[in-house]
Structure formats: C-alpha cells, structure tokens
Design a protein around this ligand. Structure first.
Ligand SMILES: [Zn+2]
Length: 103
C-alpha cells in the first residue's frame, strides 16, 4: 500500500510581495531606491509591470556616485539590480559568504 498521506510538495517559498518596500533605506536625488537586502536575497523584489516582481539579478556594483558614498560610506558594499537599477546594501546580519577582492 502506498502511503499517500505523506504528500510533500517541493518547498516553494511564496514571494512576499507585501514586504516590497519595507526594506527601503533611502531614495537618492535621482530617484534611485536603495534597499536592504533580505538574507540571501539574490533577486530584485521591486514591483515591476503588472504587479510582478522585477526579479532582476543583484550584482555587485562599484560605480556609485558621491551621494551614495556620503550616505552609505565610501567603501559601501552595493549591489544593483541589473534590470531596474534599484540599489541594495547587504543585510547586516549576513556574513560575507564569498571573498570579494577590493580593486
Ligand atoms: Zn529590479
């Protein structure tokens, strides 16, 4: 007999759409949003077209201007969504998982 009571679906983490703007830290003068990443977040969760989230990849970004440096520090660790260009700073509780060379 098959034990069908044990129906385990693969773990699907529901997208927390309501939380979208909660991590907003600041908005730059040019309208760029700066948000705090959730732990291990690797994709942008900004709302995009038709209510879907952007889901662009967050990439380490080094080319921020003086405004970002003033507000987040000259050596700030910044990630940028390659799709909508929202900026992200890492979660403070998240230790660096990879060694990133400074250059
Ligand atoms: Zn995005």
């Amino acid at each position: 007999m098959a034990a069908e009571a044990e129906t385990q679906k693969p773990q699907e983490t529901p997208p927390k759409v309501q939380q979208v703007t909660e991590n907003l830290i600041l908005t730059l003068s040019d309208g760029t949003k700066v948000k705090r990443r959730a732990p291990r977040q690797r994709a942008c969760n900004e709302p995009g077209e038709k209510g879907k989230i952007c889901a662009g990849h967050l990439k380490r970004w080094y080319f921020y201007g003086d405004e970002v440096k003033q507000k987040l520090g000259p050596e700030a660790e910044i990630y940028r969504c390659e799709h909508c260009h929202t900026l992200y700073v890492p979660d403070e509780q998240e230790p660096p998982r990879t060694l990133i060379q400074h250059w």
